[in-house]
Write a protein that binds this ligand. Structure first.
Ligand code: UDP
Ligand code: MG
Length: 326
């Protein structure tokens, strides 16, 4: 189904009116320099500002511009998934709208792609202009993910990457609702390599990934690729009850064979709090998995499109459901 387009650049945007014009200009410059056919595929993830209007205006006189307009905000990972569903290039590039990912790096990615790599991901060696908290939480996120999943997801790597058509076609077959795209790409395999870069400051506007969304992304990453948290509950349970028994024998020993008795309800309360906390925590882990099973069982579409621009002749992607509901 590949057409004459060599490169599809997917740009998810959520309230990015402050930067989108400049992003368009920089991307245009870079993509023109490749000398090959390309399309710029903007996905408007339910923005409440004018960014979609700005892109529509660009599309008016630039026929490389495409727009997928969501009916509401579905989230970054879903937006890039929609982009992949509609893209028709032989290589598909995903880039943030805020110019934190320098478009000029696309040249290096293309070079590696032409040398036979099917996935070229951009790995940050430095982050500029982000708060200490963001840097620290992001770093923790990648390390927790690496420790808890069974496949190797490269650290300090976001969604800024180039993927060959083969990889994108495989991506389109994956049905899950709670998506962690970079993990799925690692899972798919093929020849993968990195290009390194320094992540710049956001050009304007503020991050659309507050802590709450970071936690959701982290949980999606872990739960999609590992059941270790469930196993940990088993081990932790075993460990706690073993220590409970040992302590019980110690208390009995003191009561039966010595004159000492252990006193204090404070210690009982704290032990109870700790143990009940553990139990609830494990319920929470289980809930995360069950909630995701529930999401998949509903089998709702990943996203709803209000309208598209420049894509009218393209076949609408059909995603196979995990649980068929005929
Ligand atoms: N984004 C999106 N939908 C959302 C949140 C973010 O499409 O619900 C886009 C956003 O416009 C940007 C990219 O995802 O192009 C990355 O978001 P952001 O720059 O806010 O994340 P950060 O770089 O701070 O991690
Ligand atoms: Mg950003």
């Amino acid at each position: 189904m590949t057409g004459t387009t060599t490169y599809s650049v997917i740009i998810p945007m959520y309230n990015e009116e402050a930067v989108i014009q400049e992003t368009y200009r920089r991307l245009k410059k870079v993509m023109n320099m490749t000398g090959e056919a390309y399309e710029l595929l903007f996905v408007n993830d339910g923005s409440r500002d004018r960014c979609a209007d700005i892109i529509r205006e660009c599309a008016y006189w630039d026929d490389t511009v495409r727009l997928i307009d969501f009916s509401r905000n579905f989230g970054h990972q879903i937006a890039i998934t929609a982009g992949m569903d509609y893209a028709e290039g032989d290589a598909v590039i995903i880039i943030d709208a805020d110019l934190q990912d320098p478009p000029e790096l696309i040249f290096d990615m293309i070079e590696k792609w032409k040398n036979g790599y099917e996935v070229v991901y951009a790995q940050r060696i430095k982050r500029n202009g982000e708060t200490m908290f963001k840097k620290w939480s992001a770093s923790l996120f990648y390390r927790v993910l690496r420790a808890s999943t069974d496949i190797s997801i490269p650290v300090d790597t976001g969604d800024f990457r180039l993927m060959d058509r083969k990889v994108v076609n495989e991506m389109k077959r994956l049905p899950e609702n709670n998506r962690f795209v970079r993990g799925l790409v690692s899972w798919i395999g093929f020849r993968q390599t990195a290009v390194e870069y320094e992540r710049d400051e956001r050009l304007a506007g503020e991050t659309k990934y507050p802590l709450k969304r970071m936690i959701k992304l982290c949980l999606d990453g872990i739960t999609s690729f590992s059941i270790k948290p469930l196993k940990i509950s088993g081990y932790l349970g075993a460990l706690l009850s073993a220590s409970g028994f040992i302590y019980l024998f110690y208390v009995l020993y003191l009561a039966l064979f010595t004159d000492e008795t252990l006193r204090g309800w404070a210690s009982i309360v704290s032990v109870m709090l700790i143990f009940n906390g553990c139990v609830l925590l494990m319920f929470g882990f289980m809930g995360e998995y069950i909630g995701r099973i529930y999401d998949e069982a509903k089998g709702r579409p990943l996203y709803i499109v209000r309208d598209v621009h420049g894509l009218n002749n393209r076949e609408k992607p059909v995603r196979k459901r995990l649980i068929a509901n005929e």
